[in-house]
Design a protein around this ligand. Structure first.
Ligand code: GLV
Length: 325
């Protein structure tokens, strides 16, 4: 009997791999505890006629990689985003591409709010101050943050995560919400009084806090460069839990240095795991290592979804989270 083969580009948490083995597949997991280079991935895929690849967001799956795996029927990305996969190439070859929305996406909302609160309540700066032995007693002059209620919260991108972040701004923090997206979100307007702006620029000009929730595409690459950053209100805050390349990081460092932007909360970076020069030296940033979806529940959920996608595709069905055929 034919046994389908699955290549997993890196060890993942949860029982997704057990599900694949229980389904009768031969499962090979990269033995390296790090992302594979493209050449390593190509070499690994050439070893056997694989039927499926379970990939991570750190794998660049392009034409050369597809060429090395002509028998593959599905690339199941273990991520919410899928900008690391060349969708046009997948389509040309009739390969399914899937992602793992759901639990992980909910967690991104919470992490986004964690960054916002850390910035506006100055939690990381205050923590450093205490640890460095600088706290000598209550002082009305130190660490003034900003109050959220009544301020304007600007969202760029109101898909599942953006809309959820907006909902918490309106409901949880009593903020006025404005948003821009290429499609209008009637529910957001009706349910939370969010105001649609016809351009991203309008959101940037009016918001006290801007949060980015767009997928990375050709159009959104450097969506926020020096020109658009200059449009932001002086003293506004910027948060990004989407993809690093959406912001020109060097331009952001400059805007943070001059105080044009009061602070930034970043979970993603333009050239991960590297940072633009000077970014990590700034006091007015809160930086996390691309962990916005990192809860045990979310990671397990993502493993289950990736496995279900592969099982469905190899049974000749359309996988539940197909973003491409
Ligand atoms: C994380 O960035 C993801 O896309 O899951």
């Amino acid at each position: 009997m034919y046994r389908e083969r699955v290549f997993v580009t890196r060890k993942i948490p949860g029982n997704g791999l057990a599900m694949l083995r229980e389904a009768g597949f031969e499962v090979d997991v990269s033995s390296k505890d790090r992302p594979l280079s493209k050449q390593e991935l190509i070499k690994a895929l050439r070893k056997k006629p694989y039927d499926a690849v379970l990939s991570l967001l750190t794998d660049q799956i392009d034409a050369e990689v597809f060429d090395a795996a002509p028998t593959v029927k599905i690339v199941a990305n273990y991520a919410i985003g899928f900008n690391n996969i060349d969708l046009a190439e997948a389509k040309r070859r009739g390969v399914f591409v899937t992602n793992t929305p759901g639990g992980g996406a909910d967690r991104v909302t919470e992490h986004t709010w964690g960054l916002i609160l850390a910035l506006t309540c100055r939690i990381v700066e205050g923590d450093n101050f205490v640890r460095r032995g600088k706290y000598k007693g209550w002082d009305p002059m130190i660490f003034h943050g900003i109050k959220l209620a009544g301020k304007t919260f600007g969202i760029i991108g109101t898909g599942r995560i953006g809309a959820d972040v907006a909902r918490r701004a309106a409901r949880g923090f009593e903020m006025k919400v404005i948003y821009y997206d290429i499609v209008r979100n009637d529910a957001l307007e009706k349910d939370f009084g969010a105001a649609f702006k016809r351009t991203a620029e309008e959101v940037l000009r009016e918001a006290d806090i801007v949060s980015i929730h767009v997928p990375l595409t050709k159009e959104t690459t450097h969506l926020l460069g020096s020109e658009r950053l200059a449009m932001m209100k002086r003293g506004a805050f910027l948060v990004n839990t989407s993809r690093g390349k959406v912001i020109d990081e060097a331009a952001l460092v400059e805007a943070l240095r001059t105080g044009k932007i009061a602070g930034a909360g970043l979970d993603v970076f333009e050239k991960e795991p590297k940072f633009a020069k000077g970014l990590t030296k700034l006091p007015n940033v809160v930086l996390t290592p691309h962990i916005a979806s990192a809860t045990k529940e979310a990671r397990f959920d993502m493993a289950r979804m990736a496995a279900e996608n592969i099982i469905a595709a190899l049974a000749g069905k359309t996988p539940p989270n197909a973003v491409q055929i």
